[in-house]
Design a protein around this ligand. Sequence first.
Ligand code: SF4
Length: 72
Amino acid sequence: MTAPDAGLCDSCTFAGRQRSARGAEFLRCGLSDRDPAYRRYPPLPVLRCSGHRPIEPARRPGPAGPGQEPTE
Ligand code: SF4
């Protein structure tokens, strides 16, 4: 099963996915911990967000895996 489209959250460093005991998946906004203007569990997909901070390319999960240097 693939994760639902989360819009901007898919590429945001503050986003984290959590799974409930029943298997439902939620996206949690880490920015909400320090700024109440952001919802802890935003309705998806998020299409506009002033707090969006792109994940650094080297940290994105992919064929090389998270935290590994990309090869060119
Ligand atoms: S800051 Fe915005 S884009 Fe980033 S996880 Fe929170 S709601 Fe999503």
